[in-house]
Design a protein around this ligand. Sequence first.
Ligand code: UD1
Length: 363
Amino acid sequence: MKYLLVAGARPNFMKIAPLMDAFALHKTAGTDFSVRLVHTGQHYDRKMSDDFFADLAIPEPDINLAVGSGTHAEQTGRVMIAFEQVCQAECPDWVIVVGDVNSTLACSITAKKLGIRVAHVEAGLRSRDMSMPEEINRLCTDAISDALFTTDELASDNLRREGVPESRVHFVGNTMIDTLLRCLDRACARPLPSGLEAKRYAVLTLHRPQNVDDPRVLAGILGAVDVVADRMPVVFPVHPRTAKSLDSLPLHPNLRIAEPLGYLSFLGLVAHSRMVLTDSGGIQEETTVLGVPCLTMRPNTERPITCEIGTNRLVGTDPRRIRETALDVLNNGSRPHRVPQKWDGHAAERIVEVLLDGHPVSC
Ligand code: UD1
């Protein structure tokens, strides 16, 4: 068996790291297979890519497509053209894609059209919001995948409702949480940036096009976050996309602008924080496991389990609602919460066992 494992953008790297480790364990045990790592180059800055490979000890990619940035069509098309050549040269039995970025979609379509089986890790998440490029990527990838690995039962139910045969759906847990649990001690041992004290600061991240591309929308959100900055420092590691809109805006003196952080620094920062305000997908899951209150500044979430049993609260982008909920968290702390089933550090092992078993997939 030959596998190509694909990663393209920052949120992919923590999902592939434990898969590489799980494959390596089977290799050491003498199982006969090969796995090659393909980086599409969707993210390419040191702080968006290389630093994650270093923090997570992911081996150097075997192949880098170096596609870079562009419009959705340009980026997706460039990945498809380059990845088709890789598939033709490598002839894998399986292509494994993770998450919901443009590289996920591009590589799954390319592989499927060449008759190669596709495995999707983090399948079945649905925001029901077709204005999100990620939702389109998720729907299309799941529709053509042969093995669909889900992080929770709500995601498995979504797939069943869409008619995916039961034999293709595998509820395995969350590979991003595998990485978090593996790295947490090291991350927490890192010193906090100067002037910050544990549980006496908040963390802010924003990168969704709907929130950051229009400086007026961004100004409204930042104005609401002032209610937190009035009480404590708010650390804001800025995504390159957000940096473009931020220049022209007046900022609260307690808002501490930072460059994008590496995996361990960011995990330590979040773990010690009082609360997180974000529009990220993955951070909703990480804060749930860490027990840190999270305000998600989006109208919907593809990860409802983090609201149902975790620490996540969906607040949209209405400044009044953000302020009210932030004040509630500051005054009353977090609500009771639980960690979802199988977010136990062993998801990648379950996935690799299914793939190596040649588990029956009806193609
Ligand atoms: C992408 C994903 C999104 C994910 C996010 C995490 C899609 C559709 N979107 O969004 O789901 O949550 O990554 O970060 O795949 N840029 C750099 N350096 C880089 C990468 C990007 O400066 O290494 C800048 C470029 O100006 C680029 C812009 O950021 O045009 C956006 O990058 P892109 O990969 O298109 O989308 P993200 O907003 O990062």
